[in-house]
Write a protein that binds this ligand. Structure first.
Ligand code: PLP
Length: 294
Protein backbone atom coordinates (compact mmCIF):
# COMPACT_ATOMS: atom_id res chain seq x y z
CA UNK A 1 0.00 0.00 0.00
CA UNK A 2 1.18 3.53 -0.78
CA UNK A 3 2.68 5.14 2.28
CA UNK A 4 1.03 8.50 2.85
CA UNK A 5 1.45 11.19 5.45
CA UNK A 6 -1.02 13.94 6.34
CA UNK A 7 -1.19 16.84 8.73
CA UNK A 8 -3.90 19.39 9.39
CA UNK A 9 -2.79 23.01 9.76
CA UNK A 10 -4.51 25.41 12.12
CA UNK A 11 -3.89 28.55 10.04
CA UNK A 12 -2.56 31.58 11.88
CA UNK A 13 -3.07 35.15 10.66
CA UNK A 14 -0.34 36.44 8.34
CA UNK A 15 0.57 39.11 10.94
CA UNK A 16 1.12 36.70 13.87
CA UNK A 17 4.76 36.75 14.96
CA UNK A 18 6.37 33.52 16.09
CA UNK A 19 9.22 31.29 15.04
CA UNK A 20 7.91 27.78 15.76
CA UNK A 21 4.59 26.60 14.38
CA UNK A 22 4.78 22.95 15.46
CA UNK A 23 1.81 23.31 17.83
CA UNK A 24 -0.41 24.41 14.89
CA UNK A 25 0.09 21.05 13.11
CA UNK A 26 -1.89 17.92 13.87
CA UNK A 27 -0.61 14.75 12.26
CA UNK A 28 -3.54 12.56 11.23
CA UNK A 29 -3.86 9.01 9.95
CA UNK A 30 -3.75 9.53 6.17
CA UNK A 31 -5.81 6.38 5.63
CA UNK A 32 -8.62 7.45 7.97
CA UNK A 33 -11.42 10.02 7.41
CA UNK A 34 -10.28 13.47 8.52
CA UNK A 35 -12.56 16.03 6.88
CA UNK A 36 -16.11 17.11 7.68
CA UNK A 37 -18.86 16.19 5.20
CA UNK A 38 -19.61 19.93 5.20
CA UNK A 39 -16.22 20.72 3.62
CA UNK A 40 -16.68 23.31 0.86
CA UNK A 41 -13.55 22.03 -0.89
CA UNK A 42 -15.33 18.75 -1.59
CA UNK A 43 -18.83 20.20 -2.07
CA UNK A 44 -17.83 23.01 -4.42
CA UNK A 45 -14.12 22.72 -5.17
CA UNK A 46 -13.90 25.99 -3.26
CA UNK A 47 -10.27 26.24 -2.30
CA UNK A 48 -6.75 26.43 -3.67
CA UNK A 49 -3.84 24.01 -3.76
CA UNK A 50 -0.24 23.33 -4.76
CA UNK A 51 1.67 20.18 -5.69
CA UNK A 52 5.36 20.26 -4.82
CA UNK A 53 7.89 17.75 -6.13
CA UNK A 54 10.16 16.03 -3.60
CA UNK A 55 13.42 14.34 -4.56
CA UNK A 56 15.15 12.23 -1.92
CA UNK A 57 13.49 14.20 0.85
CA UNK A 58 14.21 17.64 -0.68
CA UNK A 59 11.08 19.67 -1.46
CA UNK A 60 11.66 21.61 -4.69
CA UNK A 61 11.07 25.34 -5.16
CA UNK A 62 9.07 25.67 -1.93
CA UNK A 63 8.95 29.49 -1.85
CA UNK A 64 7.68 29.90 -5.46
CA UNK A 65 4.93 27.37 -4.64
CA UNK A 66 4.04 29.21 -1.41
CA UNK A 67 3.98 32.52 -3.27
CA UNK A 68 1.63 31.07 -5.88
CA UNK A 69 -0.56 29.59 -3.10
CA UNK A 70 -0.78 33.07 -1.54
CA UNK A 71 -1.63 34.61 -4.92
CA UNK A 72 -4.36 31.99 -5.51
CA UNK A 73 -5.74 32.67 -2.01
CA UNK A 74 -5.84 36.43 -2.72
CA UNK A 75 -7.66 35.90 -6.02
CA UNK A 76 -10.23 33.70 -4.21
CA UNK A 77 -10.68 36.06 -1.22
CA UNK A 78 -9.31 33.39 1.12
CA UNK A 79 -7.15 34.33 4.13
CA UNK A 80 -3.59 34.65 2.84
CA UNK A 81 -1.47 31.80 4.24
CA UNK A 82 1.38 32.62 6.64
CA UNK A 83 4.42 31.72 4.53
CA UNK A 84 6.63 30.61 7.44
CA UNK A 85 3.91 28.43 8.93
CA UNK A 86 3.37 26.62 5.62
CA UNK A 87 7.11 26.38 4.96
CA UNK A 88 7.54 24.57 8.28
CA UNK A 89 4.61 22.25 7.43
CA UNK A 90 6.33 21.42 4.11
CA UNK A 91 9.56 20.65 5.98
CA UNK A 92 7.71 18.22 8.27
CA UNK A 93 5.99 16.55 5.29
CA UNK A 94 9.25 16.31 3.29
CA UNK A 95 10.92 14.53 6.20
CA UNK A 96 8.22 11.84 5.91
CA UNK A 97 8.86 11.23 2.18
CA UNK A 98 10.75 8.04 1.35
CA UNK A 99 13.83 8.12 -0.91
CA UNK A 100 13.11 8.75 -4.58
CA UNK A 101 10.44 11.03 -5.99
CA UNK A 102 7.51 12.17 -3.92
CA UNK A 103 4.74 14.73 -3.96
CA UNK A 104 3.60 17.12 -1.27
CA UNK A 105 0.15 18.65 -1.66
CA UNK A 106 -0.90 21.85 0.10
CA UNK A 107 -4.63 22.48 0.34
CA UNK A 108 -6.34 25.62 1.60
CA UNK A 109 -10.12 25.30 1.58
CA UNK A 110 -12.95 27.78 2.19
CA UNK A 111 -13.73 25.62 5.24
CA UNK A 112 -16.87 23.95 6.50
CA UNK A 113 -20.32 25.17 5.43
CA UNK A 114 -21.69 27.49 8.16
CA UNK A 115 -18.61 26.58 10.17
CA UNK A 116 -15.07 27.65 10.81
CA UNK A 117 -12.95 28.89 7.94
CA UNK A 118 -10.57 28.04 6.40
CA UNK A 119 -9.51 24.38 6.50
CA UNK A 120 -5.92 23.60 5.60
CA UNK A 121 -3.91 20.43 5.26
CA UNK A 122 -0.74 18.98 3.78
CA UNK A 123 -0.14 15.48 2.45
CA UNK A 124 2.97 13.62 1.32
CA UNK A 125 3.14 10.47 -0.79
CA UNK A 126 5.44 8.73 -3.27
CA UNK A 127 5.05 10.12 -6.81
CA UNK A 128 3.98 8.02 -9.80
CA UNK A 129 6.87 6.75 -11.88
CA UNK A 130 7.22 9.17 -14.83
CA UNK A 131 10.68 8.04 -15.98
CA UNK A 132 9.39 6.28 -19.11
CA UNK A 133 7.16 9.15 -20.26
CA UNK A 134 10.01 11.64 -19.78
CA UNK A 135 11.86 9.65 -22.47
CA UNK A 136 9.03 8.51 -24.73
CA UNK A 137 7.08 11.79 -24.67
CA UNK A 138 3.40 12.50 -25.24
CA UNK A 139 1.10 13.05 -28.20
CA UNK A 140 -1.14 16.07 -27.66
CA UNK A 141 -4.27 17.50 -29.24
CA UNK A 142 -5.33 21.14 -29.14
CA UNK A 143 -8.64 21.85 -27.41
CA UNK A 144 -10.65 25.08 -27.42
CA UNK A 145 -10.69 26.63 -23.92
CA UNK A 146 -13.82 28.56 -24.80
CA UNK A 147 -12.65 32.07 -23.93
CA UNK A 148 -10.39 34.75 -25.39
CA UNK A 149 -6.91 35.74 -24.24
CA UNK A 150 -8.38 38.77 -22.44
CA UNK A 151 -10.84 36.73 -20.32
CA UNK A 152 -8.76 36.95 -17.12
CA UNK A 153 -8.88 40.74 -17.28
CA UNK A 154 -12.51 41.05 -18.44
CA UNK A 155 -13.89 38.45 -16.02
CA UNK A 156 -11.68 38.10 -12.92
CA UNK A 157 -14.42 36.10 -11.18
CA UNK A 158 -13.46 33.20 -13.44
CA UNK A 159 -10.32 32.96 -11.21
CA UNK A 160 -8.22 32.03 -14.25
CA UNK A 161 -4.82 32.76 -12.69
CA UNK A 162 -5.61 30.88 -9.47
CA UNK A 163 -4.76 27.23 -8.87
CA UNK A 164 -8.18 26.32 -7.53
CA UNK A 165 -9.39 22.88 -6.53
CA UNK A 166 -11.93 22.99 -9.40
CA UNK A 167 -10.03 20.73 -11.81
CA UNK A 168 -13.08 18.92 -13.24
CA UNK A 169 -12.71 20.82 -16.55
CA UNK A 170 -8.99 19.99 -16.72
CA UNK A 171 -9.71 16.30 -16.12
CA UNK A 172 -12.49 16.36 -18.76
CA UNK A 173 -10.00 17.80 -21.26
CA UNK A 174 -7.60 14.92 -20.56
CA UNK A 175 -10.41 12.40 -21.13
CA UNK A 176 -11.26 14.14 -24.42
CA UNK A 177 -7.59 13.96 -25.44
CA UNK A 178 -7.61 10.20 -24.71
CA UNK A 179 -10.83 9.78 -26.76
CA UNK A 180 -8.99 11.44 -29.65
CA UNK A 181 -6.11 8.98 -29.33
CA UNK A 182 -3.68 11.40 -27.65
CA UNK A 183 -2.03 11.41 -24.22
CA UNK A 184 -2.54 15.04 -23.28
CA UNK A 185 -4.06 18.33 -24.40
CA UNK A 186 -3.05 21.91 -25.06
CA UNK A 187 -5.74 24.50 -24.45
CA UNK A 188 -6.14 27.18 -27.13
CA UNK A 189 -8.00 30.45 -26.54
CA UNK A 190 -11.12 31.18 -28.60
CA UNK A 191 -9.11 33.85 -30.45
CA UNK A 192 -6.48 31.30 -31.48
CA UNK A 193 -3.60 31.60 -28.99
CA UNK A 194 -1.83 28.83 -27.13
CA UNK A 195 -2.51 28.70 -23.35
CA UNK A 196 -1.35 25.69 -21.28
CA UNK A 197 -2.00 21.98 -20.78
CA UNK A 198 -4.56 20.82 -18.18
CA UNK A 199 -1.80 20.07 -15.65
CA UNK A 200 1.35 21.57 -17.19
CA UNK A 201 2.94 24.58 -18.87
CA UNK A 202 4.12 24.52 -22.47
CA UNK A 203 7.59 25.48 -23.74
CA UNK A 204 8.40 25.66 -27.47
CA UNK A 205 11.84 25.80 -29.08
CA UNK A 206 12.57 27.59 -32.36
CA UNK A 207 16.30 27.33 -33.06
CA UNK A 208 18.07 28.81 -30.03
CA UNK A 209 14.95 30.71 -28.95
CA UNK A 210 12.56 29.30 -26.36
CA UNK A 211 9.07 30.69 -25.82
CA UNK A 212 6.12 30.07 -23.52
CA UNK A 213 2.68 31.71 -23.31
CA UNK A 214 2.76 34.86 -21.17
CA UNK A 215 1.02 34.18 -17.84
CA UNK A 216 -1.24 37.20 -18.36
CA UNK A 217 -3.76 35.30 -20.43
CA UNK A 218 -5.48 33.48 -17.63
CA UNK A 219 -3.02 30.64 -17.19
CA UNK A 220 -0.95 29.55 -14.21
CA UNK A 221 2.61 30.76 -14.02
CA UNK A 222 4.37 27.40 -13.75
CA UNK A 223 7.14 27.04 -11.19
CA UNK A 224 8.79 24.38 -13.40
CA UNK A 225 8.72 26.67 -16.45
CA UNK A 226 10.39 29.38 -14.34
CA UNK A 227 13.05 26.90 -13.23
CA UNK A 228 13.65 25.66 -16.78
CA UNK A 229 13.97 29.27 -18.00
CA UNK A 230 16.59 29.97 -15.33
CA UNK A 231 18.53 26.94 -16.51
CA UNK A 232 18.22 27.91 -20.20
CA UNK A 233 19.30 31.49 -19.49
CA UNK A 234 22.37 30.09 -17.70
CA UNK A 235 23.14 28.11 -20.87
CA UNK A 236 22.99 31.34 -22.94
CA UNK A 237 19.66 30.68 -24.68
CA UNK A 238 16.96 33.32 -25.28
CA UNK A 239 13.93 32.34 -23.21
CA UNK A 240 10.93 34.62 -23.60
CA UNK A 241 7.18 35.02 -22.97
CA UNK A 242 4.76 35.82 -25.75
CA UNK A 243 1.38 35.61 -27.44
CA UNK A 244 1.80 32.38 -29.36
CA UNK A 245 -0.60 31.75 -32.25
CA UNK A 246 -1.86 28.16 -32.30
CA UNK A 247 -0.46 27.88 -35.85
CA UNK A 248 3.06 28.02 -34.30
CA UNK A 249 2.39 24.57 -32.82
CA UNK A 250 2.86 23.05 -36.27
CA UNK A 251 6.50 24.08 -36.65
CA UNK A 252 8.58 24.07 -33.43
CA UNK A 253 12.05 22.50 -33.40
CA UNK A 254 11.05 20.89 -30.10
CA UNK A 255 8.29 21.27 -27.50
CA UNK A 256 7.74 20.19 -23.90
CA UNK A 257 5.04 20.02 -21.27
CA UNK A 258 6.62 20.92 -17.93
CA UNK A 259 5.22 20.53 -14.41
CA UNK A 260 6.38 19.91 -10.86
CA UNK A 261 5.91 16.15 -10.62
CA UNK A 262 6.09 14.86 -14.21
CA UNK A 263 8.91 17.37 -14.95
CA UNK A 264 9.91 17.90 -18.64
CA UNK A 265 8.01 15.67 -21.05
CA UNK A 266 8.74 16.04 -24.77
CA UNK A 267 5.79 16.49 -27.14
CA UNK A 268 6.02 14.01 -30.01
CA UNK A 269 2.96 15.09 -32.01
CA UNK A 270 0.38 17.88 -32.11
CA UNK A 271 -3.03 17.03 -33.62
CA UNK A 272 -1.49 14.04 -35.42
CA UNK A 273 1.49 15.94 -36.92
CA UNK A 274 4.90 14.76 -35.70
CA UNK A 275 7.09 17.13 -33.66
CA UNK A 276 10.82 16.46 -33.46
CA UNK A 277 12.17 15.50 -30.06
CA UNK A 278 15.41 16.85 -28.62
CA UNK A 279 16.38 13.83 -26.51
CA UNK A 280 19.68 15.31 -25.32
CA UNK A 281 18.18 18.56 -24.06
CA UNK A 282 15.20 16.70 -22.54
CA UNK A 283 17.56 14.47 -20.54
CA UNK A 284 19.57 17.53 -19.48
CA UNK A 285 16.44 19.39 -18.36
CA UNK A 286 15.19 16.45 -16.32
CA UNK A 287 18.58 15.94 -14.73
CA UNK A 288 18.50 19.59 -13.71
CA UNK A 289 14.89 19.39 -12.50
CA UNK A 290 15.76 16.36 -10.37
CA UNK A 291 18.67 18.16 -8.70
CA UNK A 292 17.92 20.03 -5.44
CA UNK A 293 16.30 23.40 -6.32
CA UNK A 294 15.32 26.18 -3.92
N1 PLP B 1 -0.78 24.79 -15.60
C1 PLP B 1 -1.69 24.04 -14.94
C2 PLP B 1 -3.12 24.18 -15.30
C3 PLP B 1 -1.29 23.16 -13.93
O1 PLP B 1 -2.19 22.43 -13.26
C4 PLP B 1 0.10 23.05 -13.61
C5 PLP B 1 0.57 22.14 -12.57
O2 PLP B 1 -0.18 21.44 -11.95
C6 PLP B 1 1.00 23.82 -14.34
C7 PLP B 1 0.54 24.69 -15.32
C8 PLP B 1 2.49 23.72 -14.06
O3 PLP B 1 2.79 24.28 -12.82
P1 PLP B 1 4.05 23.81 -11.98
O4 PLP B 1 5.21 23.81 -12.91
O5 PLP B 1 4.19 24.83 -10.92
O6 PLP B 1 3.75 22.45 -11.46
Amino acid sequence: MTRRFALIIDPVGASEERTDYADTFTVVDAAAPALSVGELSTQRGDGVFESIGVVDGHAQEVIPHLERLANSARLCDLPVPDQEQWRQAVTVAASECPAGEGVIKLILSRGVEHGPTPTAWVTAAPASDFRAVREAGVKVVTLDRGYGLDAAERAPWLLLGAKTLSYAVNMAALREAHRRGADDAIFVSSDGFVLEAPTASLILRFGDRFTTPAPTGGILHGTTQLSVYEHLAGRGFDAEYGRIPATDLSRPDAAWLVSSIRLAVPITAVDGAAVSVDHTLTAELNQYLLSPRD
